[in-house]
Ligand binder design. Structure first.
Ligand code: NDP
Length: 608
């Protein structure tokens, strides 16, 4: 039957091996059955009787005297964002610098996430920052967590960031002192430090969450969240060898990007493994490989930044003649987002080009579904593992063992058909009236999503005139270029605050770190005490964000629920993970920043 899909496909010369209208209907059906009134309310904050889920299992707690001193710059967060800010500030000559980090070492997400199989799915040669500065080439194409964490520590050493860092320290408050034009920062260790400038990179997904289902507290067996893996219980390391599970029945709840990486290890070692799935992930091929020494020998100075930019260009729809990375990520973007550019404007209208991109998305997801069917032997299990939604509704994943794990006789997929687990009992997990008795429940249920800088992160920021950031941002973020907010002088937000998001997070953080270091060194050399976004500059940026962000809203409204679309309730530029980002894309965003720095006038900032 002819419809807009078949018409566009015919015009573009695309042969269809599937029925797009039927698929769309299936996608809508799958989305609708997952939509729920409580949205984000289905999760509970980990606190009170659940606080043990977020205790640090990796270090012994330290004691130290409170710090009541002053430094020039404080950087909050010791993950890649904070480390890059620290490195760039050191390069800019800042000596009086202190880092504050909740964990017991540098690493951020890679400090916390040490589950078996933890690996970065962005190519290591573009993901790991400062490679040439550290004279390092990653050992394999997709680094595993220990190598990444070691790299964060190497950055800490190279830029002397270990010299003044407070680990195991959580910021509890931040107040602007108008008289002195300085920030006063308090922590859970009784510190009261002053700083002229504060850069914050708290991470977008830094707080684990649990489903708000009943019974978790009654479970008599062992339980933990993937971001606090208990190797004392499971045995083994991040590389596997979970010998402690040989005689254990294990349940894992969740099948997102984390679960996809640890399930193969759980399947290999557990006596029995029950995987409780609500929505399947899209799992494409990984094809990891050790670094080729011949390739490494040929690398010329400047190779790293060039490759990072090439990747970013490919992911943003070109233009780029050569796809240097050429992997699953660039493949998706080339085939889906780039369809528009690949097809001459003369042939297709703007609307038709959108339809063509949708067709390419269907095609890619058909490949993913076919892959599941060709690997998983049990047909019902294979069917349940097929994702029916558009590629970017959820984080795409890549793994060469995950699907094969379901062919093991000890591994059972409990597909909850979009509903989720009903409850937990003393003995195990209940779904559909059946109790699955287990010795251990592992929560792979992800992280809280929200702005990391409001009270949710554990502290509020009190700016000029005692205005709280949580009040100011109650109805949505308000920034200039993502970094500055009027009323909060000398305070730099890093991360996903109305900035140009890219899948390669460290690239984004590195560009942001350059910007922070530029403004601080400019202020220092010009004897500027305070810089602050003007009301007008902020207003204009927020308008741009809303105008451009709205372009993606229809897409996310059509998606199956998840944290990308605020659990099925998109629509505000504040409440989703991806909403509120600069819609012009990272290439354009980085250029805006570069041009602004080159102009040298701090346009949009009030200085005093
Ligand atoms: P996610 O939020 O992606 O996944 C949570 C999982 O828990 C989902 O499968 C969700 O189902 C499921 N879930 C929630 N509640 C229930 C319930 N009541 N019953 C059954 N299942 C439930 O968290 P992850 O930790 O997997 O990933 C978080 C992010 O971390 C990723 O999206 C990615 O950005 C990042 N990451 C990156 C990696 C990398 O390689 N760079 C590797 C790993 C993670 P549903 O989908 O239905 O909501």
């Amino acid at each position: 039957m002819s419809n807009i899909y078949t018409e566009v496909a015919e015009k573009a010369g695309m042969k269809l091996s599937f029925d797009p209208a039927a698929l769309l209907e299936k996608y809508n059906f799958e989305r609708d059955k997952r939509l729920r009134e409580d949205g984000r309310g289905q999760y509970r904050e980990i606190a009170g009787q659940f606080a043990h889920f977020i205790e640090d299992p990796y270090v012994e707690p330290i004691t130290r005297e409170p710090l009541l001193d002053e430094v020039e710059v404080i950087v909050i967060g010791g993950g890649f964002g904070g480390l890059l800010a620290g490195a760039k500030l050191r390069e800019a000559g800042v000596k009086s610098l202190r880092m504050i980090e909740k964990g017991g070492d540098f690493g951020g997400t890679w400090y916390w996430n040490r589950y078996p199989g933890a690996q970065c799915d962005i190519e290591a040669y573009v993901y790991l920052p400062l490679l040439e500065e550290l004279n390092y080439v990653p050992r394999e194409r997709y680094s595993h967590a220990p190598e990444i964490m070691a790299h964060t520590q190497a950055i800490g050493r190279k830029y002397n960031l270990y010299d003044d860092v407070c680990f195991q320290t959580e910021v509890t408050g931040m107040q602007w002192d108008e008289k002195e034009s300085k920030w006063i920062i308090t922590t859970d260790r009784g510190d009261r430090m002053k700083a002229r400038f504060v850069a914050m990179s708290n991470g977008p997904l830094n707080k684990p969450k649990l489903p708000a289902m009943t019974g978790i507290e009654n479970f008599k067996g062992h339980t933990f969240h993937t971001s606090r893996w208990d190797y004392d219980y499971t045995g083994g390391t991040c590389e596997g060898n979970l010998t402690g599970l040989k005689d254990k029945r294990v349940a894992i709840i969740g099948t997102g990007a984390t679960a996809v990486q640890c399930i193969p290890h759980l399947g290999e070692w557990s006596k029995e493994l029950f995987v409780f799935q609500r929505t399947p992930s899209s799992v494409d091929v990984r094809k990891n490989a050790p670094t080729n020494p011949e390739w490494q020998k040929k690398l010329q100075p400047g190779w790293h930044q060039k490759r990072i930019e090439n990747f970013n260009n490919m992911m943003s729809g070109g233009p780029s003649e050569k796809d240097d990375v050429s992997d699953g990520w660039t493949d998706i973007f080339r085939d889906i987002t780039n369809q528009e550019k690949m097809n001459p404007a003369k042939v297709l209208s703007k609307e038709e080009k959108k339809v063509l991109a949708e067709l390419a998305d269907f095609k890619k997801m058909e490949e993913i579904r076919t892959r599941a069917a060709s690997i998983v032997k049990d047909q019902a299990t294979a069917e349940a593992l097929k994702p029916y939604y558009r590629q970017f509704c959820k984080r795409p994943t890549f793994h060469d063992e995950y699907l094969f794990t379901y062919n093991r006789p000890n591994v059972h997929l409990v597909d909850t058909r979009g509903k989720g687990v009903d409850r937990i009992t003393e003995n195990g997990v209940v779904f559909d009236g059946r109790e699955y008795e287990v010795d251990c429940i592992i929560f792979a249920t992800g992280f809280e999503v929200g702005t990391a800088y409001t009270s949710k992160s554990g502290y509020d920021i009190v700016g000029r005139g005692d205005v709280r950031l949580s009040q100011k941002w109650a109805d949505g973020l308000r920034t200039f270029h993502g970094f500055f907010s009027n009323g909060f002088p000398n305070c730099f937000f890093m991360g996903m605050t109305q900035t140009g998001l890219t899948a390669n997070m460290t690239h984004m953080l590195s560009e942001q770190a350059n910007h922070v270091a530029y403004v601080i060194s400019h202020a220092k050399s010009s004897n500027i005490r305070a810089v602050e976004a003007t009301v007008e500059a902020e207003e204009a940026w927020v308008k741009d964000i809303y105008r451009l962000a709205l372009l993606g809203e229809a897409y996310y409204a059509s998606c199956t629920p998840g944290y990308y679309n605020n659990e099925g309730k998109p629509g505000s530029a504040n409440n989703g993970f991806l909403s509120g980002q600069y819609g012009g894309g990272p290439v354009e965003f980085f250029k805006i920043l570069k041009d602004w720095r080159e102009e040298g006038a701090l346009r949009g900032l009030e200085v005093s």
